[in-house]
Every structure is written in structure tokens, then in C-alpha cells.
Design a protein around this ligand. Sequence first.
Ligand code: FAD
Ligand code: NAI
Length: 483
Amino acid sequence: MILAGAGLYYVAHQDRTPGPQLPHDSTKKTLVVLGSGWGATSFLKKLDTTDYNVVVVSPRNYFLFTPLLPSVSTGTLSPKSIISSTRYITRHKARQVAVIEAEAKSIDTTKKTVTFSDSSDIKGAVSTTTIPYDYLIYAVGAETQTFGIPGVKEHACFMKELQDAEKMQDRFLDCVESAGFLGQSPEEISRLLHMVVVGGGPTGVELSGELHDFLEEDLKFWYPELASRMKITLVEALPSVLPTFSKALIDYTESTFKEAKIDILTKTMVKEVKEKSVVLQMPDKTIKEVPCGMVVWAAGNTLRALTKDLMAQLPSVQTNRRGLTVDGHLRVTGADGIFALGDCTATSYAPTAQVASQQGAYLAKFFNKLAKKENILIEKQLLETTEVPEDQKAEVTDKLGAISKQLGKLENPRPFHYSHQGSLAYIGSEKAIADLPFMNGTFATGGLATYYFWRSAYLSTLFSVRNRTLVATDWIKVKLFGR
Ligand code: FAD
Ligand code: NAI
């Protein structure tokens, strides 16, 4: 125990006190990274910054581990446990990286510049600027799709950013406290305690499961008179929830929710969100207004305005409404020097963290090789143009031969190849589901053992020892003391 503690202290201390870094070098190419999510962070972690001046621009100065975000909305995890400072990552790089908390507002693909603004509440005298780039790594993700449905933006909670999870937690607890207010009518109590989750994709399912756990494990004891009146409804427009999971797991999730008394309304579409209700189009096309205390909107992704603007600059080649078209090396079609990855792109892969992080790692490797190639070309040019004494000519010829071989290896880099590691989701009641690649098919599993597998998989995927320690500690705290 003491040894493990000392080991952890040593690792943490080493991590917190990195050595000096190389300074900015005006002879190196400028690589601007937009975003600090899965794609950008995975890229930064693997990039060798020795040969680039890297500038990271993102409205949030941290990486958010989205798979565990629903757990923050119910207080299972504390917000800080699932974020890592971007500066912490860049501080460990060979050359200094500039991290700027700002939102990219426009990209000029002809001049190769990006303009960004400080969008936080507190601004200095300068809050907008434009910088040139040699390469732009475009990893701004996507935003939540609302389909322009009335009232969603005004009245619903979302589940995309850390603030969304915190807001949802506040709203949820507020509903419970207001339901307990003296003299509340039975109808009003039922309304306040009705939580509606919109979207039966993995986000909506995980959220419903987390809400159920909060109710069963904690609220039942704190509010015994109210807990039995709490209702969770999951609304999905398609015929089933989790359409991307295998049929057996869909059935398993639906039966687990039934046992947990989470109502699933499939083939039902939300048409409007009001302050105190949600308007549903039922499977028979009738319209029904259902009173509720909280609506959480998890209806999928849409492109950010910045991405739409970027595509509008390249109208003849960027025509896919799902996102940016990229080639096998993630180069944005029609834009010199821009590479895109993750949820902002339209590829054959699902918009997941797995894809974005593998793309980030691939691109870092691509740029590490590019730098190597450029350094070799400089060395080659130097050898070819320098006068060499007769007795050293054979040695130089050998060197040039070796260089040509090295260059040959660096030519034609391989295109990106995605390796699917499986799909996992937590469905509440200490049960998880997993579709895992097995032989040439899929192995579908669900239950308590899968839940422990889910926990260990995410614990090991977390980016730092700090996050792993905090998340594990939060889980123990909740088990011992509640939320
Ligand atoms: P993001 O990770 O969203 O990062 C985008 C970055 O760009 C952010 O840092 C953002 O602040 C920044 N940005 C935004 N606008 C600008 C701008 N104008 N200028 C500069 N920067 C900007 N996937 C899985 O594989 N497994 C899971 O279990 C899973 N769980 C999820 C749970 C939830 C609740 C959610 C919402 C998603 C989940 N996903 C999961 C999906 C996964 O999070 C996304 O696919 C992944 O985040 C995509 O990575 P990205 O880098 O493209 O975008
Ligand atoms: P999603 O796109 O997977 O699901 C959204 C659902 O909302 C759809 O099924 C859609 O039919 C439904 N919907 C849309 N509008 C509606 C309306 N008006 N009324 C009722 N239903 C409506 O979105 P989600 O869950 O946010 O996931 C986004 C991406 O992130 C996906 O690629 C997903 O795989 C990934 N993800 C993966 C997780 C995991 O693997 N555990 C967890 C969370 C997200």
C-alpha cells in the first residue's frame, strides 16, 4: 500500500514538473489546431512538435472525456474528474505550443489564415485576431441537432459540454425540491417529477440509465415520499432505441428499462418543447401534450456554423451535407493545407470518439513523417550542393543512396484505416451492453460483467493517471457515501 502510494506520488510529481521546452522558431512551419476534443487531443498527444510551431485554438482550454459525461449529470462523477487541461498536455511537448482559449470565427482558404475571438465573459483589450497557417488541423466537432423544433433551445437541457451536465444536474434537483415544496398539488408534483429524455441513441439511453440509478440509489432515501412518483420517459422517433447496436442488445436494453420502470416511447416524435411540457406526435400521428419538469435533448449531431462556412468556400467539391469531405489522408478536398477529422467530417465511419481519436493519432504520425521527410530533403540538398573533396566522394554517394532509400519509405504514406474496437454503453442498474468484434462478426453481451468491463475499459482509456485516480475515487465515494 505504502509502495503503491509512493509510486503514484512519483508518477504524479514527474507529470507535474516537466522539463524545459524548445522556444518558438520562425524557420519552422505553423500548424494551427482548431479544437481540444477527441480528435485534436489525440493528435497533440502523438505529435512530435520539434519541427512545428503549434498553435491550439479552442473555446475550452481542456479535453472532455465525453463517454462519462452522463455520469456527471447525476453527480456520480465530479466534473473535474473527466477533464484534462490542454496546457497540461502541450506542456509535455518538445517545443512550446501556444494554447489560446478562443473560438475560430472564419477561415480564409485562399490566404491560409484563421480568425478567432475570445468568446469568454472576460476579455482583454485585444479579443479578435487573425493568424496565418501552413497547415490547419480542423477538429471542431459538431453541435447538437435541434431540427429547428420550437422551444428546444429555450427550454431543454443538452448533453454535449460539461456545463450542460452541470445545468442538467441543477435542473433535476430543482425539480425534485420544488415538488417537495409545501402545498404542491398532486398534478404539479407529477409534472415536476417527470423527466423526458429525447433521443434513443446511446446518449439518451445512458442518460436515462444514470437518472434511474440516482433515483434508486439515493433519492429513494432522501425523498421517500416523492421517489415513487418520479417518472422517466425516453422518446425515440425510430422503431427502436440504439439502432446501431445488435438486435439482442436492443431487446436487452428495452427489457432492462421496462424492469427499471423507464418508459420507452418509440415511433414517437417530439414536435415542440414548452416551459412545462413536451408536445409529442404519437405513432398513430395524434398529437399529445405531456407535462414534465425537465426535457433533456439528445437527438444527434449537426454541423457547426464554422464548418458550413468553410464548405461554402468550396461549393464545387464540398457538397456532402453530413460534413467535410476528406481524402484517405484526411486532407479536406479542395483546400490546400487543411486536414479535418472527427465529427465535422463526412466519412463512412460513425461520429464517435473512437474514430476521432484514431484519426488524430494517424494524422500526428503523418505529420511526424512529413517533418522527417522535409529534414531529409534539406540534408540531401546540402549534400548535393556542397563541394566535396575527392577522397570523401564515395562516402557522400553512399549517404545519398541511404537518403534516397529513406525517402522512398516516406513516400506515399498509407491512408487512414479505422480499427473498430467495439461499441459499449451503460444502461443503468449496474448493467452495460457491448457489441465486440469477434472473428469476422460481432459478439453481443450485456449485464453485470459487461458493466465491470465497461468501467475498466473507460478507466484505461482515460488520458491521464490523474483522471483515472479521480474517476476511480468518485466511484468508490458514490458506493460508500452516495451522490
Ligand atoms: P469534440 O470532441 O466534440 O471536440 C471538438 C472541439 O472543438 C472542442 O474542444 C470544442 O470546444 C472545439 N470547438 C468548437 N467550436 C470551435 C471553434 N469555432 N473554434 C475552435 N474550436 C472549436 N463516442 C464513443 O466512441 N464512445 C462513447 O462512449 C461516447 N460517448 C459519448 C457521450 C456523450 C454524452 C457524447 C455527447 C458523445 C459521446 N461520444 C462517444 C461521441 C464522441 O464524444 C464524439 O464522437 C467525439 O467527441 C468527436 O470528437 P471531435 O474531436 O470530432 O469533437
Ligand atoms: P444519435 O444520432 O445516435 O441518436 C439520436 C436519436 O434521436 C436518433 O435515434 C433519432 O431518431 C432521435 N431523434 C431525433 N429527433 C427526434 C425527435 N424530434 N423526437 C424523437 N426522437 C428524435 O445521437 P447520440 O446518442 O447523441 O450519439 C451521437 C454519436 O455519438 C453517435 O455516433 C453515437 O454512436 C456516439 N455515442 C456513442 C456512445 C457509446 O458508444 N456509448 C455514447 C454516446 C454517443
